[in-house]
Design a protein around this ligand. Structure first.
Ligand code: ADP
Ligand code: MG
Length: 439
């Protein structure tokens, strides 16, 4: 096979993977390169460690299936970090926090609501332990705390590749502490946390009412602080308002800078929607971005969810994104805010339409009158809910995730090639999102 042929096959694979799972597709998929392709095994290289982890965790199945569709046979897919000569797989990466590749400073939209938090995170990432220590971020859920903490780590990695960082949720910290007590390995627990250059702990409100963990945290804090190392914390409220947090911790958390993050303004929300769309390689008109920003106000995660819903609906229906489609999608989404679309909603609509029973869908029967509605349920659940493949399989008779993936692939293909299927999916999707009963 010539290099050119490999390139074109690979472009095809990426295109299919993108279409099969638009929510996980990213613009930087364009930068992926073939490192090796010998027919049975495909090594895909990207320059960033975080991207490799992201692909490995989220996209392996999608790429494997896309490669199989394009080549017509089974292909093993591996993601590799490639910088010049060296290539490493995820398994051989040095230990360290698994950073989300999207959560960088570049991808963070700055506005009046988060300017201080953002600026202080930048300052800290450039000079550990010398500017604001500790740095304490707080704000409601979905306003970007975790994003900023990951961005700090990306920043530290860039400026000082050798700095040792611990980034983890407070819950994880507490769990590891408990495990260390049970296993009698407190010594190694201490050396893991007390000697790092930066300790970054997310959601410290989790410490509430955990006396023993607070005690441990207190000593960890002191050790790091006294060594002039950096501490960064986040929580859903300011230190003094975290219920039953010991005074000595409250006072320490207030020693450095406490930065609040507020809900974003309308303009910031529009910019965030545009940024997220760009990141996913989606075209989005101003009208749609403004519409989404008007509909969703309090939580950026939901803003992103709205964007995902609109594009998932467009993919499911095979229609372009316009304002009307956005409205249809978000009417469902607004319903979603109070009542999430569940697999049960989908199963209801599908079983009524095909006049089959749920028990049939869950059974082992493989006649077409049963497999098609079963596969359609899986496909719609995949696109319209946030359930994992495993959960979807669980609802439909304990089927495993590869079965669900296969089903989604079959329906997606039929959707492309069969106008009847396309019309049917459109109708069923509308019924599910609008919560209408089928006559
Ligand atoms: P929190 O940890 O405060 O609950 P997250 O950091 O998980 O919130 O943010 C939720 C989602 O919103 C993430 O996908 C994140 O990328 C996004 N987000 C939050 N703030 C911004 C921002 N200012 N710019 C871009 N994306 C943002
Ligand atoms: Mg968070």
């Amino acid at each position: 096979m010539s290099a050119q042929e490999v390139e074109s096959i690979f472009a095809d694979i990426v295109e299919r993977a993108r279409a099969a799972d638009p929510t996980r597709a990213r613009k930087w998929f364009e930068d992926l390169r073939v490192i090796r392709f010998d027919g049975g095994s495909l090594g895909i290289g990207c320059p960033e460690e975080a991207s490799v982890r992201f692909l490995d965790q989220n996209c392996k199945g999608t790429f494997t299936r896309a490669a199989q569709q394009v080549t017509g046979h089974l292909v093993t897919v591996d993601f590799l970090i490639s910088n010049g000569q060296t290539q490493k797989t995820v398994e051989t990466l040095p230990p360290g926090p698994a950073l989300h590749p999207d959560y960088t400073f570049d991808n963070f939209v700055v506005g009046p609501s988060n300017r201080l938090a953002h600026a202080s995170c930048i300052a800290v990432s450039q000079a550990l332990g010398t500017t604001y220590n500790p740095l304490f971020l707080y704000g409601n859920a979905g306003l970007g705390k975790t994003h900023l903490l990951h961005a700090v780590c990306h920043g530290i990695r860039r400026t000082s590749g050798t700095a040792s960082i611990q980034l983890l949720s407070c819950e994880e910290f507490v769990n590891r502490f408990i495990r260390a007590i049970e296993q009698g390995s407190l010594g190694s627990f201490h050396s893991q946390f007390r000697t790092v250059d930066a300790l970054i702990i997310d959601d410290v409100q989790f410490l509430r009412e955990r006396e023993q963990s607070q005690e441990e945290f207190f000593h960890t804090f002191n050790a790091i602080y006294n060594n002039g190392r950096q501490i960064i914390l986040s929580a859903d409220s300011p230190p003094a308002e975290i219920p039953s947090l010991e005074d000595r911790l409250v006072s320490r958390f207030n020693w450095g800078l406490v930065a609040r993050i507020d809900p974003p303004s309308y303009e910031t929300r529009i910019a965030i929607v545009q940024k997220k769309a760009h990141l996913r390689g989606l075209e989005i008109g101003d009208e749609i971005a403004e519409y989404i920003a008007r509909q969703v106000q309090a939580n950026i995660r939901e803003l992103e969810g709205a964007l995902t819903t609109i594009y998932a609906l467009a993919t499911t229906l095979g229609e372009p994104v316009d304002l009307q489609l956005a409205q249809t999608a978000l009417e469902g989404q607004i319903k979603l805010a109070t009542k999430h679309i569940s697999i049960t909603d989908i199963i209801d609509v599908v079983t009524r339409h095909f006049d089959v029973r749920l028990a049939d869908l869950q059974s082992k029967r493989r006649s077409q009158s049963i497999t098609v509605p079963r596969q359609i349920c899986m496909y719609l659940a995949r696109n319209l809910t946030r359930h994992s493949l495993e959960e979807i399989g669980g609802h439909l008779g304990g089927r495993d995730h590869t079965t669900v993936m296969h089903a989604c692939g079959k329906i997606a293909e039929a959707q492309q090639s069969d106008p009847n299927m396309q019309a049917l999916l459109r109708e069923l999707t509308k019924r599910v999102t609008q919560g209408q009963q089928v006559a």
